[in-house]
Design a protein around this ligand. Structure first.
Ligand code: GTP
Ligand code: MG
Length: 340
């Protein structure tokens, strides 16, 4: 990505090392006159180190993702995972430093070339040294901004590389319902699974192929039964995936004896999601059927029937039946898109 230096000190060290090399080459071609040699060498050292810093800072800003141009899903993920104001401030700091280095480059170059022959050649070197001192101070002050940008880059690297063309099933439900386990069952991906709620903090992704179609499955952080404006950042990521990436919603409910949420809770969450993501097709997955609460399971099946949602029970070859159904949906979707 854009920041191909670890910190301000490293940036400075590379700039000076590379400039030193070039200035020695320049000096070698400057003839035998001492004053001329020094001027050529110092001019080259100043110019090369300045240009290196200017170019790297410019590149770092230019290549940093432009938030206004991200696709809506990634943009919403960025808004709920990053401090965008701090990132913008850090980018502005880099741009301002680039501008300052440009300014002092010309200031000191001018002075370096205005030293007269009858003056000491040491005065030429002094201008270059003054420039390096000022540039170093500007670059060192960048360290906190570089850290902010590096942390931002690390977070963004974890964003899923969403395939916008691909038919996408998004797993959603209460925390601990078994969404991540289902992603693993369906796609073989190896996400973190734990026995406690709120394990998944960001969007996880897996793929499988069925009916000649590639299907993308997204796992989301657990949602609570509350209003959109009450959602925490992790729930907001889940809602963004449902809104922008889901071709189909896989609503998953824990129907085991140990389930933390009953049929009322699950029904209420389902109702809210159906309303918020109106127009999207839903499947229901009844999970943890190995130790079922039969009454809960029956009531959820009833809710699925009421809403006209196809239901799948964990166990009994759910992997192949769900994959087949998703494959069929993907094929239908493809046919519709081709027909348009
Ligand atoms: N008995 C049983 N346990 C399951 C099943 N599926 C998942 N679990 C367990 O349920 C717990 C939660 O599973 P996860 O897949 O992490 O659940 P999640 O919905 O992704 O949880 P969050 O990311 O916290 O929202 C883990 O201890 C799983 O091993 C199942 O079919 N049967
Ligand atoms: Mg999870």
């Amino acid at each position: 990505m854009s920041l191909n230096f670890s910190g301000s000190q490293q940036l400075l060290d590379i700039a000076l090392r590379s400039a030193k090399k070039k200035s020695l080459q320049a000096k070698a071609g400057a003839g035998f006159d001492k004053f001329r040699q020094v001027r050529v060498e110092e001019d080259s050292m100043l110019r090369e180190s300045a240009d290196f810093l200017i170019e790297r800072l410019h590149q770092a800003v230019k290549e940093f993702p432009d938030f206004s141009r991200l696709n809506p899903f990634i943009k919403e993920l960025a808004e709920s995972s990053l401090d965008l104001a701090a990132l913008k401030k850090a980018l502005a700091h880099l741009s301002e430093s680039e501008r300052l280095i440009k300014k002092i480059k010309y200031e000191h170059l001018k002075k370096l070339h205005s030293v007269e022959r009858m003056q000491k050649w040491q005065l030429v070197s002094l201008e270059r040294k003054k420039f390096i001192g000022r540039a170093a101070s500007i670059v060192r002050k960048l360290q906190p901004s570089i850290e902010v940008l590096k942390a931002g880059e690390r977070t963004m690297r974890q964003f899923p590389k969403i395939s916008e063309e691909c038919f996408t099933g998004v797993l959603a439900g209460f925390p601990n319902a078994g969404k991540t386990t289902m992603l693993k069952r369906l796609t073989g991906s190896e996400p973190l699974i734990a026995h406690y709620a709120f394990t998944t903090k960001t969007i996880k992704q897996g793929f499988f192929e069925e009916e000649f179609c590639k299907v993308q499955v997204l796992d989301t952080p657990g949602l609570l039964d509350r209003l959109p404006e009450e959602r925490n950042p992790a729930e907001k990521k889940a809602a963004s995936a449902l809104r922008h990436a889901a071709s189909l919603v896989l609503f998953i409910a824990d129907v085991s004896k140990n389930a933390a949420y009953d049929a009322e809770d699950n029904g209420s969450l389902l109702e809210k999601l159906l309303k918020e993501f109106e127009g999207k097709k839903f499947f229901m997955i009844l999970n943890k059927c190995d130790s079922p609460n039969n009454e809960l399971k029956e009531r959820m099946l009833e809710k699925a029937r009421e809403k006209g949602i196809k239901a799948f029970e964990e166990g009994n070859g759910i992997k192949s039946s769900l994959r087949q159904e998703l494959g069929k949906e993907a094929m239908e979707n493809l046919k519709k898109r081709i027909a348009v």
